[in-house]
Design a protein around this ligand. Structure first.
Ligand code: 3PG
Ligand code: MG
Length: 389
């Protein structure tokens, strides 16, 4: 989506909010641990500059977020732990409002999970109007939810006088637009993850605009099957084969698209599996690919080192299992250490960076997995469109 970002309304366009109530849509849909506490607070921390900027301007804030995909009110998906976590980060009290009917006074109020309201995901105009009536102005800092046309991400803008993007949302959109429109070259896209079919739009877009596309992870295995190589028990389904055929037909065997030249294979999907390197790629029936091999690690790291801009989305192996993490670890380090501008899509690649302690070593770590990918594919994001023009 080529959003002329000059037309994205931002905090500069908000006007005076001193003493006014501003409804701030944040994306605090964060992972919780077994005790129900916040396991990764990246999305919360990155929203704080917007909250502080608004508080410094004297606004009273009503924060709205979803968590998970509850079907209605459900205490397991309460924002209670998230309000507590935010309060600790800010050193300020955050009051949790149990429902839209009971919004307490206060400078920093967080509404309970907006998905407890059935109208939220249906973008129900009545709910959007209720939300709008609670606020003098609307700030959307939930880039991670910008691909959803929901009442709190899209509908509400039709029911408030002023609606703008927050600082995080603005930075996300500008960074991705710059990557698509005027990247430092060469532009290198590193695309991993489990399924080729899920990423086909993104692969195609980067085949148009990038200088080099490096594939890895489960989504690369169908490509080898299409090339007539034996892939054993490696991840591969009909949709993946179809996607691989489409991409290969498009690019032929040019040097813009790189597939792994070797793979690590395992005889079981577990910590204590036996491992081998398949080079050249030719995998026996009892084995399955679980990571890129050492020659691929070196090849990809070299291309990343020489890039002007790198976009990375998706792990290149099953990195959550320690012996299968070497490939993703090598990619994460190459991305962190290159002199290029580096943009990392959220989701699993963000989790990988964080796990290796490299989350602060990239130019931009997106808080939007799905939203970033849809923007790259060229889709109109309802949350962005609502704040544009
Ligand atoms: C996400 O984490 O993908 C966003 O918060 C959106 O959540 P959703 O996929 O449940 O709409
Ligand atoms: Mg999602």
């Amino acid at each position: 989506m080529h959003v002329p970002t000059t037309t994205l309304r931002t905090l500069d366009d908000l006007g005076d909010v001193a003493g006014r109530r501003v409804l701030v849509r944040v994306d605090f849909n964060v992972p919780l641990d077994d005790e129900g506490a916040v396991a990764d607070d990246t999305r919360i921390r990155l929203a704080i500059p917007t909250l502080r900027a608004l508080r410094e301007r004297g606004a009273r804030l009503l924060l709205v977020s979803h968590l998970g995909r509850p079907k209605g009110p459900d205490p397991r998906w309460s924002l209670g732990p998230i309000a507590a976590h935010l309060a600790a980060l800010l050193g300020e009290e955050v009051v949790l409002a149990p429902s839209l009917d009971e919004i307490p006074a206060g400078d920093l109020v967080m509404l309970e999970n907006i998905r407890f309201e059935p109208g939220e995901t249906q973008n129900d105009p009545a709910l959007a109007a209720r939300l709008g009536a609670l606020a003098d102005a609307y700030v959307n800092d939930a880039f991670g939810s910008a691909h959803r046309a929901h009442a709190s991400t899209e509908g509400i803008v039709h029911h408030v006088d002023r609606s703008v993007a927050g600082l995080l949302f603005e930075r996300e959109v500008r960074t991705l637009d710059r990557l698509l429109d005027e990247p430092e070259r060469p532009l290198v896209a590193v695309l991993g993850g489990a399924k080729a079919a899920d990423k086909i739009g993104v692969i195609n877009r980067f085949l148009e605009i990038a200088d080099t596309v490096l594939l890895g992870g489960g989504m690369s295995y169908p490509f080898f099957a299409v090339q007539g190589k034996r892939i054993g028990r490696s991840l591969c389904d009909e949709a993946g084969l179809e996607a691989a055929r489409e991409v290969l037909a498009r690019v032929g065997t040019g040097d813009r698209l790189h597939l792994p030249v070797d793979l690590v294979v395992a005889d079981a999907f577990s910590e204590d599996a036996h491992l081998q390197v398949s080079d050249p790629i030719d995998i026996d029936d009892a084995w399955e690919a679980i990571d890129i091999g050492p020659r691929t690690r070196e090849l990809y790291a070299g291309i990343i080192r020489d890039a002007g801009t790198v976009f990375w989305n998706g792990p290149v192996g099953a990195f959550e299992i320690e012996p299968f993490a070497a490939g993703t670890h090598a990619i994460a380090h190459a991305v962190a250490e290159t002199g290029a501008i580096t943009v990392v899509g959220g989701g699993d690649s963000g989790a990988a960076l964080t796990r290796f302690g490299l989350q602060d070593s990239v130019t931009h770590l997106s808080t939007g997995g799905g939203a970033a990918l849809e923007l790259i594919e060229g889709r109109v994001l309802p949350g962005v469109a609502a704040l544009t023009g």
